[in-house]
Every structure is written in structure tokens, then in C-alpha cells.
Design a protein around this ligand. Structure first.
Ligand SMILES: [Zn+2]
Length: 129
């Protein structure tokens, strides 16, 4: 499945970024998945649920944002939000529009766990005393 390979490359990036930030693990991954990207967000979520196991994102939350579909019109020079299935300029009905956004697949943000683990393990030890 197409979504699995996409998710795999996202997790590789997350893994790299986590190492670069000297963090232990990622807690939140925010993706922007355009309605015209060809990626089904529910399948991406399912792929993530499988692939995150054993990775730095094992306990991370995946947030998928859906950006609006925007086209630029060569005739009236306007940029407009349009429905996914109708990429026509709503201003002048020109159909030879250029897609400005809507087909992107982007890693917007990764959040990392703070390094507070030593504090936590200390309080656990106290409970056993
Ligand atoms: Zn137009």
C-alpha cells in the first residue's frame, strides 16, 4: 500500500529529527495532507499505527491537517479556494487554472518529549521505600 511507504519515509524523518534534537522520543507528528495528494488520511493513520511500534514515535500522536484546495487563474489573476472536484476559477470560469495548494504532503511539525525521565524514575523509587 502506497500509504505505508509514505508513512515509512515520514517516520525516517521523525527518527532523524529526534536524534538531531537529542530527544528520547517524539510525542506528536503533524502532517499536512492535501485532498489532491492521492493519500487517504485514514489509511495513513492505520499505517502509522503499525509502523510506529518500536520506533521513536511509538507513543506519538499523529495529527493530519487538511489544507484547502486553491487555484490560481491565468485570466483574472485571482487565487481562489475551490472544491476538490472542480478546479475552475469561480471568478471567471476559466478552467485552465494552476494548482497553488491542495496536493501537498508535508511534515509540518514534530514535538518531542522533554527530558524529565530521571525525575520520574526518582519519584517511583520513593514510592517503594
Ligand atoms: Zn479567473
Amino acid at each position: 500500500m502506497h500509504e505505508f511507504s509514505i508513512c515509512q519515509s515520514v517516520l525516517e524523518q521523525v527518527e532523524q529529527m529526534t536524534r538531531r534534537h537529542h530527544a528520547r522520543r517524539a510525542t506528536r507528528i503533524i502532517l499536512s495532507v492535501g485532498p489532491l495528494s492521492g493519500v487517504v488520511d485514514t489509511l495513513l493513520q492505520r499505517a502509522f499505527d503499525v509502523l510506529r511500534l518500536g520506533s521513536v514515535a511509538e507513543t506519538a500522536v499523529l495529527d493530519i491537517h487538511t489544507p484547502a484546495v486553491v487555484v490560481a487563474c491565468p485570466s483574472c489573476k485571482k487565487e481562489s479556494r475551490v472544491p476538490t472536484n472542480r478546479l475552475v476559477c469561480p471568478n471567471c470560469q476559466q478552467w485552465q487554472t494552476t494548482l497553488v495548494s491542495g496536493d501537498e504532503l508535508m511534515l509540518l511539525r514534530i514535538e518531542f518529549a522533554a527530558n524529565t525521565l530521571s525525575v520520574n524514575s526518582h519519584s517511583v523509587e520513593n514510592e517503594h521505600v
